[in-house]
Design a protein around this ligand. Sequence first.
Ligand code: ADP
Length: 394
Amino acid sequence: MNSAFLTFNAGSSSLKFAVFDGGETALEPRLKGLIAGLGGGVPAFSAKDATGVPLDAGALGALGAASDHEAVIALLLPWLAAQLGDVPLLAVGHRVVHGGQYYAGPTRVTPEVITRLAGLEPLAPLHQPHNVAAIRAVAKWQPDTPQIACFDTSFHRTQDRLAQLFALPRDLSDEGILRYGFHGLSYDYIAGALPEHLGVQADGRVIVAHLGNGSSMCAMKDRKSRATTMGFTALDGLMMGRRCGALDPGVVLYLMQEKGMSANEVAELLYKQSGLLGVSELSNDMQVLQASDSPHAKEAIALFCYRAASSLAGLLPAIGGLDALVFTAGIGENSALVRKLICEQLAWLGIVLDDAANEAGQSTISAASSKLRVLVIPTNEERVVADASRALIA
Ligand code: ADP
C-alpha cells in the first residue's frame, strides 16, 4: 500500500474506523475496527486486517469503563499512525449525521464547515457532537491532510417538497424546520448494490429498512430517495433501541406542562430511555431481548415490528406501490425473527417469505410465490465514505 484513506463513523455508542488503499478503487478495507460500548457501556476494541486476522489493541486494549468518544479518539489516532507507518494519508473521510440544508453531497472540511456542523449539534445530539469531535481531533493530529464530510442527510435531498414538509406555519418551514431524513450513507450503498440483486427492477419501487440501534426506512424509486421515516431529527419514525420514534407531539406538551419535566429531561427520556429499552425495561439490544422470556421484552419486539410494518405502509404513497423490500443493518441483517414478524404483517402486499432462506439469512428471503422480492443486503457506510473521499480528492 503506497497511500491510504482513513474513514471514521462515530455512532451514538460506537466508533468505527477503516483504512482503505489509496491506489485502488472500491475495494474492501485493508484494516477495519470498532470500539463499541462507549458512553456508559463497557468499551471494547476490536480490529482486523483484510484477511480477518485480529490486530493487537495496544493501549486500546485496556479502555476504562468511563471512556468517552474523545478519550478513545486520543488513543486511536496514535494507534492508527503506528499501523500506517510511512504510508501517507491522502484524506480522512467522516460520516457526519447532519448536513442541514447546506450540503447535498460530500464536502471538504474547512474551519467554516466545522462551525456550521457544530451549529447543527442540537439537531442530532447523539451523533453530531462525536462527528465534530473526530474532525477536530484529526485536524489537530494531521493539519495538512484533507478531511471530507459525508452526510446522512444528503441522499434524501431528492425528495419531493411534500415529503419534506411538516404541516407547520410556512415561515417555520422557510427557516429550515423540514424533514431531512438520515442513514443516507447506508441507503446510498444499498442503492448502488440493488442492480446486482434485482436487475432492471432495481429502478422500480423499493423500500429499504435500515434496522439497527437507530432505525429508519427509505422509499426509493429510480434508486433515489422519495420519502423516509426520520424527519427533522433522528428521533422520528420507527421505534429504535433507545429512541421512541414517531410520537404524538401532545405527549411532549403533557410531559412538560402537566408533569413539570424540563426540556432536557424530556430529551433524555425520548432519546435515551425509550424505544426497546423503555418498553422492555430490560435492554436496548435486540439480541438480549430475543433471548429473554420476559413478557415486556416480547412486547417490545412486537411493538418494534408492528411500528415498522405500519411505517412501511405510510411510505407507499410516495412511490405508488412496492416491488421489493430490503432489510439491512444490525437487526435487519441478523434477526430472522424481526424480518418474519414484519413480513407477516405485510402479507396483504403479497409478501410470502421462504422461512428456511430467512432463517439462513440468504440474500433473497422471499418465496417464489411472493408478489415482491424480499432481500437481505449487508450495508457498508464506510465504503461510501471512502469512495466519496477518493472522488473528491481526485
Ligand atoms: P448501530 O445503529 O449502532 O450501527 P447496528 O446496525 O450495529 O447499530 O445494530 C445493532 C443492533 O443489531 C442491536 O440491537 C443488536 O442486538 C442487533 N443484532 C446484531 N446481531 C443480531 C442477531 N444475531 N440477532 C438479533 N439482533 C442482532
